[in-house]
Every structure is written in structure tokens, then in C-alpha cells.
Design a protein around this ligand. Structure first.
Ligand code: DX5
Ligand code: ZN
Length: 241
């Protein structure tokens, strides 16, 4: 975690920053080894992408694989559910050892019930938005969540290009949260790498998912250290503005 000396320029609260490598870009045949490698390299969370072939055009893993990752992990699992009717599986992913469970606002007509259930199970609750979904979709659940995940690519695959139009959405959400005074993290997911992390941090994000931006590099330790250094600088600049 990067404990910034800077404070949130809107609320004056100290901001903590977290790096969450996305295991989607790791070699699934050597997952335990890869988990340990990114943890040694400074990962604060492990981002686990669950896809069902319906909400997104790709299929990944379910609760048994999440439980297996949990057995070899020492940092919390940040489980991103890209599945329809996520409410049916929240209990199973909680049982599998998720620390944070995030559901998509587009995936359920009963969003408040879903995020409230996550908290009821003693987990951190998150809500995610596709790039084309407006922030107004989550206005009435902001007090029920610990984190909002803003997709910065269309979900389904690792290695896609960051959508720069999402920077304004991050800024908008950060200022809305500041107005409400709610202590909600903003996670960004998709196309984030060491060379553009400063942009999302300046816009107001504090939980940084990176898949190919970490696993596609040779030295994970060096990459994460560079990301943290860039975050430190960018958050300081945010303070001065
Ligand atoms: C995409 C997933 C992301 C993905 C990010 O649908 O939700 O977590 O793994 O990968 P990169 O960082 O390579 O865009
Ligand atoms: Zn994800």
C-alpha cells in the first residue's frame, strides 16, 4: 500500500493507494508461483476476474479455483464478478475466501440487495460500471459499498487499451463522493500500466488493477515499485492543485 503523505484534495482525508495485479494475465498453469511472485513484488491485493460467457464474451473461473488461489495467497482477494445474476453466487465466493466482492450494476435488477448481502457476509462490497454506464446508476447504493470499480476498458479480456474518456468519469465520481463524505475507494480496471497510472491517480482513483501491465513485464518488483513511485508523485501533485 502507498500511504500518501498527500490528502484527498476534495475532502482533506488521507488517501491510501493499493496495487491489485489481475491474475487473468498470469500463467494459469503456474498460478501459485505467480501469486507468490507478485506478492513478493509488492502487490496489496490480488484481482481475480470471474467471467461467465454471458455478461462478457469470455469464461474464466468459479468458486473452487478462487478457493485454491486463497490457499496460496497472503494478501486479500479482490473478486470481480463479471457474471449475470451475481446474487446467486455471492455466498459461494464469500465462502471461497474473497476479501472484496464486486458485482456489476448492469448484471442485476436488485443491486442494493446484492451489495448489502456482501456486507452481511462480512466482506467488503464493491459495485462495478461498464464504460458506457453512467454514475447515476449507483447513486442510491453508494452508502452500501466500500468500493466502486470503474471499468476503463470494455470487460472481457486482458491487454486492451485504456479508454482516456474514462478520466472524466473518475473525476466526477471522486467529487460526488467528496460531497457525500462517504469513505469509498475508486478502483480502475483495464489498460492501466506504470506509464499511465499517474493520470488515473490524479483523476481520483486509489485502487489500481493492472494485468498485462504487470504480468507482461519481466521484473514484477521493478514494475510495481515504478507504479508506486508514480502514484506517490501524482498524489502529491493532486494535493497542490
Ligand atoms: C477485464 C478484466 C481486467 C483485466 C485487466 O475484463 O476485468 O481485470 O484483467 O487487464 P489489463 O490490465 O491487461 O487491461
Ligand atoms: Zn477485473
Amino acid at each position: 500500500m502507498v500511504k500518501s503523505s498527500a490528502t484527498d484534495r476534495e475532502t482533506g482525508n488521507p488517501m491510501d493507494y493499493y496495487i491489485a495485479p489481475s491474475l487473468l494475465s498470469a500463467d494459469f498453469g503456474r498460478l501459485a508461483e505467480k501469486v507468490r511472485a507478485v506478492e513478493r513484488a509488492g502487490a496489496d491485493l490480488l484481482h481475480v476476474d470471474v467471467m461467465d460467457g454471458r455478461f462478457v464474451p469470455n469464461i474464466t473461473i468459479g468458486p473452487p479455483a478462487v478457493a485454491a488461489i486463497k490457499r496460496c495467497a497472503s494478501v486479500p482477494l479482490d473478486v470481480h464478478l463479471m457474471i449475470v445474476e451475481p446474487e446467486k453466487y455471492i455466498d459461494a465466493f464469500a465462502e471461497a475466501g474473497a476479501g472484496v466482492i464486486t458485482v456489476h450494476a448492469e448484471a442485476t435488477p436488485h443491486l442494493q440487495r446484492a451489495v448489502a448481502r456482501i456486507r452481511e457476509l462480512g466482506k467488503k462490497s464493491g459495485v462495478a460500471l461498464n464504460p458506457s454506464t453512467s454514475i447515476s446508476a449507483i447513486e442510491w447504493v453508494l452508502s452500501d459499498v466500500d468500493m466502486v470499480l470503474l471499468m476503463t476498458v470494455n470487460p472481457g479480456f486482458g491487454g486492451q487499451a485504456f479508454l482516456p474518456g474514462m478520466l472524466g468519469k473518475i473525476e466526477l465520481l471522486r467529487s460526488q463522493l467528496a460531497r457525500t463524505g462517504l469513505p469509498v475507494d475508486i478502483e480502475v480496471d483495464g489498460g492501466v500500466k506504470a506509464d499511465n497510472v499517474s493520470l488515473v491517480v490524479k483523476a481520483g482513483a486509489n485502487v489500481i488493477v493492472s494485468g498485462s501491465g504487470i504480468f507482461g513485464t519481466k521484473d514484477y518488483g521493478k514494475t510495481i515499485a515504478q507504479m508506486k513511485e508514480n502514484i506517490r508523485k501524482a498524489s502529491g501533485e493532486g494535493e497542490k492543485r
